[in-house]
Design a protein around this ligand. Structure first.
Ligand code: CP3
Length: 377
């Protein structure tokens, strides 16, 4: 069955303008905040590191830990399209739990994709194996804004998160979403892009329309994160995977205000913010409102501490390609990263980008054990 046959049926209505229903910052003493502090995941190593509190060992998880590196994932996904599986709570739950069982990681990341909220509001797109997200009709004019209504609810996502919270116990669930710039790039280019030419042309050529597009995407992204947090996710990661294509000045003008609105709307949980090739943007991404700044493998963590500045934890940053190499190399690189990470006020060990499909899961499990041993206190 193709993904398009299996249309999700979320509630939706047209976007009423600039209003942002889920945009208000929650009060720290509201019922949600009290419930979160009572959750068994609140005192987990991951959340403590995100809050820059002392930890018994450095927490570890891997971007894309759920996915093609795991044979049990490939088996479960047989015959089900990627996007279809993201709207099936039982599949989402099982796939999210697989790496937690096998790898001993300190957190689960919700199995979904950055284009799921766009699909949920009715954008005609698919995830093509070996390619990535492909949009049927690229976004080009103001008329295209009508194709981006608000996301009011996503019952399948709520159900999957609730099921997961029940299964995970004290292991925290990280919710996630794609940041407005990275989503805009897929929408404007129509698919993956090397140089983001059309996206930059729109940004500079029609700044007013760019703002409206980013504003719509920020609303959808924030609503998708709120669905996950309200259902029990105890941290979030906002992926701005491709924003490293921009110089810092453009980032501040055209992107940061929108990412900041998203991050402000989930201030009731720790917020991780990550992009690839963002060495020149690390400070500004932290200032967008992240509690934890994700760093790819290009910038050593002690240097990233200087760039990001005080008051933030860091996440990263083992080059995912090196995990395919000899164990001795992986061990030496892991030791270097742990040592450099000691300069940070809090360190969450991760790769510098997602797990590659050809990765040996045992190599990932060995990294988890090694980091735990090296950092036990
Ligand atoms: O374990 C996890 O990290 C959670 C699951 C997750 C997926 N996608 C599952 C997935 C997460 C967090 C994402 C986010 C995502 N999706 C990003 C941001 C992270 C990053 O890599 O920078 C981006 C850019 C996408 C878009 C996307 N979706 C791409 C480029 C691809 C790969 C396409 C391909 O086949 O090479 C996808 C598909 C996708 N998302 C897969 C998985 C497990 C593979 C689909 C499959 O198993 O067939």
């Amino acid at each position: 069955m193709s993904t398009r046959d299996a249309r999700p049926s979320p509630q939706q209505r047209p976007h009423p303008g600039a209003a942002t229903p889920a945009g208000a910052e929650p009060h720290p003493h509201d019922a949600g905040a009290i419930r979160r502090r009572a959750s068994p995941a609140y005192d987990s190593v991951l959340l403590k590191a995100c809050r820059r509190e002392p930890v018994p060992h450095t927490p570890v998880w891997f971007m894309r830990q759920a996915g093609r590196a795991l044979p049990e994932y490939r088996k479960l996904r047989e015959g089900t399209a990627m996007l279809e599986s993201c709207f099936r709570p039982d599949l989402v739950t099982e796939i999210t739990l697989q790496p937690v069982r096998r790898l001993g990681v300190d957190a689960a990341i919700f199995f979904s994709d950055i284009v799921v909220p766009l699909k949920a509001v009715g954008v005609d797109l698919d995830i093509v194996p070996g390619v990535g997200p492909v949009v049927a009709a690229p976004f080009r004019t103001a008329a295209d804004l009508d194709r981006l209504p608000e996301l009011l609810a996503a019952p399948q996502i709520t159900q999957a998160v609730q099921q997961l919270i029940g299964e995970l116990g004290a292991t925290p669930l990280i919710g996630f979403a794609g940041a407005p710039f990275t989503l805009a790039s897929y929408l404007v280019e129509g698919g993956p892009s090397k140089n983001h030419a059309q996206t930059k042309a729109l940004m500079h050529g029609d700044p007013g329309l760019w703002w409206q597009l980013m504003d719509r995407l920020a609303s959808i992204t924030l609503a998708f994160l709120r669905v996950q947090v309200d259902a029990g996710a105890s941290a979030v990661q906002l992926f701005d995977s491709w924003v490293g294509a921009l110089p810092a000045a453009d980032y501040r003008t055209f992107v940061q205000p929108h990412s900041a609105r998203v991050l402000a709307g989930v201030a009731d949980v720790p917020r991780i913010h990550f992009g690839v090739g963002t060495g020149e943007l690390l400070h500004d991404m932290g200032q967008a409102g992240a509690d934890v700044v994700g760093v790819d493998w290009r910038v050593p963590l002690d240097e990233a501490v200087r760039r990001v500045g005080p008051g933030k934890a860091l996440q990263g940053n083992l080059d995912p390609t090196l995990v395919l190499g000899p164990t001795s190399v992986v061990r030496a690189q892991t030791e270097r990263i742990v040592a450099e990470g000691r300069a940070a006020e809090g360190h969450v060990f991760n790769l510098g980008h997602g797990v590659l499909p050809e990765t040996d899961p045992d190599a990932l499990a060995r990294i988890v054990d090694h980091v735990h041993e090296l950092t036990a206190r």
